[in-house]
Design a protein around this ligand. Structure first.
Ligand code: ADP
Ligand code: MG
Length: 572
């Protein structure tokens, strides 16, 4: 995992290298200040050596100007490096998400995923940027000041440094506790995000049901859990800061008393004493950086581990011998197809049927019977558990998924429109289509005239998920998409179920047009729409119940006949 983390440094290795050199130079500059002070106090001032005083003060001034530039570079380019790495990881994970199977999205909540991608990578970027620098600088500063101090007086520096291990051990221990506590807050904020996402997406439903109190209660539960976790984390954090600060203060007493005794005994002079005090005051910084690093490392690596988990989640991969099959004829065959989402319930059992190219097969039956599931198996949104599906007598496993899906158009009950214009939403049927093709598709879908009544025409924004359009308008846009795609195979899964009768009639016309010359799998709850299907299959939770043409099934007088008669009666 560390190796994969390091690989993200590759594109920014130049910035990284310069960053480290700058950080090292700044540390060395800092290490010289107490030494110069010492020389000034011990030598130049008592001896009234104005020349040397001015020379060294100028050198110090120069050092500070160089430091200015270096600090700018470290801060600016360092963050750019972190952000670049973060952006690269985000692109990688986004790309990966595109190829994850439906099962993955069934199992993972949108809000949690978003929180992971945004927050975790933020932590990773912090580690990527500050981690190596903090580690490097703090080690250089601690070792460097020890060397400097021992060059002044070894016994005194040993006394002073005997406190350092306590400081470091305490600080690290507290930091680890702190990071565990903050991990908990990240898990809980993930839950808050998930419930926020869920509630905002469903706000129209909860408003319609006046479920405000219920929604608030659910949200408050998560929000409180987050608050409790945060409170715990802050307590550990407060202990850390007050504790380390206390040890640092204690260090002052050690230096003052030991240094005082050394001074009384004439072992050190004023300048040495001052240099000691200055090094100690500088010391807080590297120790803080070191403990910072520990915490950054923990949360950054945790974030990166979660990122790697996401990156390692199983993709929809094509079989090695899968072929690109650009256009099929459209014969479909199901052979003993069995499927279940989980172990304890089989949704489809031994399904067999054949559709010749250009023909229509219809599925009817009670809700939950598995009609949608069956439709989803054809473009391989889910994998069959047993049995095989063939298109043009080629097992669909031997298609690349991309080419398989290019051959299939789907119109569903729930239409998803992307936030954007009407034009973009139709264009997603065929990304490289020309404007003329888009308009032609819209005309065939009976939506062109409506679009032209909008002030901005095709450039009208549809709002989030198409909220500014009616169900029928959205459905016609989704039909236009499929016209544009022009696939040989068509799946209509309750495409008109959510519509009123008048709208349905209008859409029915464009759907009939769409079906022409295509192999069509249709699921419909209004049976008038499937009367003319070449074969009708009644599917229930226990499997295929009856099958045949409309007339044959009416004659058979089973479930289909009963459904048909009840609908027919209610229409009169
Ligand atoms: P239909 O379209 O005939 O109403 P579905 O194919 O949607 O039926 O559902 C068939 C069964 O599979 C139902 O019991 C449903 O609860 C279950 N099911 C559907 N989708 C999923 C899913 N993504 N994960 C788990 N179970 C599912
Ligand atoms: Mg369904």
């Amino acid at each position: 995992m560390i190796k994969s983390f390091i690989s993200y440094y590759k594109p920014v290795k130049k910035i990284f290298f310069i960053d480290m050199v700058c950080a090292l130079t700044v540390s060395i500059c800092d290490l010289f200040y107490p030494m110069i002070t010492r020389n000034i106090i011990n030598d130049y001032v008592p001896n009234q050596n104005l020349n040397l005083l001015i020379t060294w003060l100028s050198i110090l001034g120069l050092i500070y100007i160089v430091k200015l530039g270096l600090n700018f570079y470290i801060s600016y380019y360092g963050h750019i490096m972190g952000v670049t790495m973060q952006a690269n990881m985000r692109s990688d994970v986004f790309e990966h998400l595109q190829d994850l199977p439906f099962v993955f999205f069934d199992e993972n909540k949108t809000g949690t995923l978003m929180s992971r991608i945004i927050n975790d990578l933020m932590e990773v970027s912090e580690l990527a940027h500050h981690g190596p620098e903090d580690l490097f600088v703090s080690v250089v500063m601690i070792v460097g000041s020890f060397i400097m101090l021992s060059s002044i007086n070894l016994p005194l520096s040993l006394i002073v440094f005997s406190v350092v291990p306590f400081l470091v051990v305490f600080a690290m221990k507290q930091r680890i506790k702190m990071s565990d506590a903050f991990m908990e807050t990240r898990v809980t904020i993930g839950e808050v995000n998930a419930s926020l996402e869920n509630s905002i997406s469903g706000i129209r439903v909860s408003k319609a049901f006046s479920n405000k109190e219920n929604e608030i209660e659910k949200f408050e539960k998560n929000n409180n859990a987050f608050q409790v976790a945060r409170r715990k984390a802050y307590k550990v954090m407060a202990l850390f800061f007050s504790g380390t600060s206390f040890i640092m203060d204690f260090l002052n007493i050690v230096v003052l008393s030991a240094g005082g005794i050394f001074f009384f005994k004439g072992i050190i002079n004023f300048g040495d004493f001052a240099a000691f005090l200055l090094y100690i005051s500088m010391f807080l910084n590297p120790v803080k950086k070191l403990t910072n690093f520990i915490e950054q490392y923990q949360s950054g690596i945790t974030g990166f581990r979660r990122f790697t988990e996401l990156m390692n989640s199983e993709l929809e991969t094509d079989d090695p011998d899968a072929k690109d099959i650009p256009t099929v004829q459209g014969d479909i065959k199901f052979e003993n197809v069995t499927f279940s989402y989980d172990d304890h319930k089989q949704v489809l059992k031994n399904i067999n049927f054949n559709i010749e190219k250009g023909k229509t097969i219809a599925f009817v039956g009670p809700s939950g019977g598995g009609k949608t599931t069956l439709c989803h198996l054809i473009p391989r949104f889910y994998e069959v558990e047993d049995g095989n599906i063939f298109i043009d007598n080629i097992n669909i496993k031997n298609f690349t998924r991309k080419s398989l899906r290019k051959n299939i158009g789907i119109v569903q009950q729930d239409v998803f429109l992307f936030t954007g214009t009407i034009y973009d939403n139709i264009l997603c049927g065929k990304i490289d289509a020309t404007k003329e093709e888009v308009i032609a598709a819209a005309k065939k879908a009976n939506i062109h005239d409506f679009i032209m009544t909008m002030p901005k025409g095709y450039d009208t924004y549809v709002g989030e998920r198409g909220i500014m359009l009616s169900g029928g308008q959205k459905q016609r846009i989704s039909i236009a998409r499929v016209f544009l795609k022009n696939p040989p195979i068509l799946i209509l899964d309750e495409a008109t179920s959510a519509l009123d009768n008048a709208t349905e009639l209008l859409i029915q016309q464009s759907l009939e047009e769409l079906c022409k010359g295509r192999t069509t799998v249709v699921v419909a709850h209004r049976l008038s729409t499937i009367k003319n299907a070449d074969e009708i299959i009644v599917i229930t939770a226990s499997g295929i119940h009856e099958r045949g043409s409309h007339n044959k099934l009416i004659e058979y007088n089973g479930i289909y006949a009963e459904l048909y008669n009840s609908q027919f009666r209610s229409m009169n």
